[in-house]
Write a protein that binds this ligand. Structure first.
Ligand SMILES: C[S@@+](CC[C@H](N)C(=O)[O-])C[C@H]1O[C@@H](n2cnc3c(N)ncnc32)[C@H](O)[C@@H]1O
Length: 244
């Protein structure tokens, strides 16, 4: 990595801890008043933008139920669904408050399918589950194509994949996010010049076969420890070049 960064970006500098009071935001205030929730502080402003249009939310990883309560407070009209493989998390099921908890494994697509049948399609999915790459990647592969158009899928704590205890396969979720970025560019792999997507040009390509991912990934945001993948509101078309 250091070699790729080059001498200026790789120069060693000191990064210190910060004990100043956290920024006052709506979600930050709810976070500080909620018990039994576990989030890195810098995630909160990221989630303000991720949750902006949420009507139906799924969180993978319920643990002690605090985050579901936090989403309930922040999104008073949304349906909040949590899943966890620990049966103890079932106690946080509160259908009277439109909070629903289902028990099962995030890598079991049969289970995920039943959750989708019952509550989906979701417009927001947050993976705060087991944090092993096979879990993060497996859930994403199944759930992202089933996310509502225009929806958003956030994967939390991708930092954990840098620790050996959270690396059950050689590729990390960050590696997978890089593949998603490549998939988003799949149409260009089938072309060799700008003329192939230039308006009115005889070489313009009208159709190419691409992986589904290329047509449904609108954009990918990589934050410190959180990857957010936005699903396109409509299936995407080949891009068009115009030179005037
Ligand atoms: C970090 S905690 C969730 C914390 C909660 N979202 C919060 O913010 O307070 C992770 C949870 O994921 C659950 N989990 C781990 N592996 C899982 C799997 N394969 N399927 C479903 N849940 C899993 C654990 O039981 C644990 O409760």
């Amino acid at each position: 990595m250091l070699e790729a960064l080059g001498p200026d970006l790789a120069r060693p500098v000191v990064m210190g801890a910060d004990d100043s009071p956290p920024e006052e935001t709506a979600i930050g205030r709810i976070f500080s008043e909620t018990e039994n929730v576990h989030k890195l502080r810098h995630y909160l402003p990221i989630y303000e933008s991720v949750l902006a249009r949420t009507e139906r939310m799924l969180e993978i990883g319920v643990d002690r139920g605090g985050s579901l309560r936090m989403w309930r407070e922040y999104l008073p009209k949304a349906t909040i669904v949590g899943l966890d493989f620990n049966p103890k998390s079932a106690q946080y099921d509160a259908p009277q408050d439109d909070i629903h908890v289902r028990i099962g494994d995030q890598t079991d697509t049969g289970f995920l399918g039943r959750v989708l049948d019952e509550f989906g399609p979701f417009d927001t999915i947050l993976d705060d589950g087991g944090h092993q790459p096979s879990q993060m990647i497996g859930s994403f592969q199944y759930l992202f194509p089933r996310l509502a158009p225009g929806g958003v899928y956030a994967v939390e704590d991708v930092c954990a994949n840098y620790w050996t205890g959270y690396r059950d396969r050689s590729e990390s979720f960050i590696d997978f996010a890089r593949w998603l970025m490549d998939a988003m560019h799949a149409p260009y792999m089938k072309m060799s010049s700008v003329f192939e997507f230039m308006e009115g040009h005889p070489k313009r390509v009208r159709e190419v076969e691409v992986p589904l991912a290329a047509t449904i990934i609108d954009r990918i945001e990589v934050f410190d420890s959180v990857v957010v993948v936005h699903r396109a509101a409509e299936p995407k078309h080949l891009s068009r070049a115009a030179f005037r």
